[in-house]
Design a protein around this ligand. Structure first.
Ligand SMILES: [Zn+2]
Length: 242
């Protein structure tokens, strides 16, 4: 199965291959995550210029190889410069890339995840809100089928106002009431904010200033993502052993 094909993608990361070549890991719209060789990219007068740097959104012409594809042409869809205009933007962008890289499997097309990645990079370029990345993690996890239960206790089913939901358990996948509580504590405002993020009120969440509540939601997002990545890594390891 070889031949030329076109796609668009976001460069997730690159690493060195031989003296002047690089391997570029790209999350593409139609072909999922791919690894491709960009020849001569490390030379000063590379035909790719800076178009294959992490976070670059590119239109590609690729040659399908047996193991690695080869980048034949790459053309920027939008400029990368806004992402590099501040350290805050760049580090948020890199965090978004890493999440997608960790959660996606090679050659497993996921156009929705691709669209979400392009979307979050544009949002970060426009305004580096403290919740851009945490909200993206939650949305990505929900897209993976891991939307946490936020409106009733995951164990006994009690919901507010009779039950106070005071804990969040990553293993149980949601909030717990006082009598069932396990996992970690979650404050009421953090739970409200999480409901905004996952309940279609993302914009109002992104307009928040940095606060202890945004920190709480961000820390929980990181733990939820790590929990899922570990599960995924274990599942892959078991699959590879078997
Ligand atoms: Zn309960």
């Amino acid at each position: 199965m070889s031949g030329l094909y076109r796609d668009v993608g976001v460069v997730l990361r690159t690493y060195k291959l031989r003296e002047s070549d690089r391997i570029v890991v790209i999350h593409t719209k139609e072909n999922g995550k791919i690894r491709a060789v960009a020849k001569g990219v490390r030379k000063t007068r590379s035909k790719f210029g800076a178009r294959l740097e992490p976070m670059s959104h590119v239109r590609l012409l690729l040659y399908r190889g047996r193991e690695l594809d080869i980048v034949s042409q790459a053309e920027a869809v939008e400029p990368l410069s806004p992402m590099l205009s501040s350290l805050d933007r760049a580090s948020q962008g890199l965090a978004a890339l890493e999440a997608v890289d960790q959660l996606s499997l090679e050659r497993e097309p996921d156009p929705r995840a691709h669209a979400m990645l392009v979307g979050v990079l544009r949002t970060i370029a426009a305004k580096p809100s403290p919740l851009n990345v945490p909200a993206f993690y939650w949305k990505l996890l929900a897209h993976e089928g891991l939307r946490p239960q936020l409106d009733a206790c995951v164990r006994c089913g009690d919901s507010e106002p009779s039950a106070r939901l005071v804990a969040f358990d990553l293993v149980e996948g949601g909030v717990l009431c006082r009598s069932c509580r396990s996992g970690q504590a979650i404050s009421e405002p953090a739970l409200e904010l999480l409901r905004d993020i996952l309940g279609g009120r993302l914009q109002s969440a992104l307009d928040r200033e940095e606060s202890p509540v945004t920190h709480e939601v961000a820390a929980l997002a990181t733990r939820a993502l790590e929990h899922q990545i570990e599960r995924r890594l274990r599942a892959v390891a078991m699959f590879e052993r078997g």
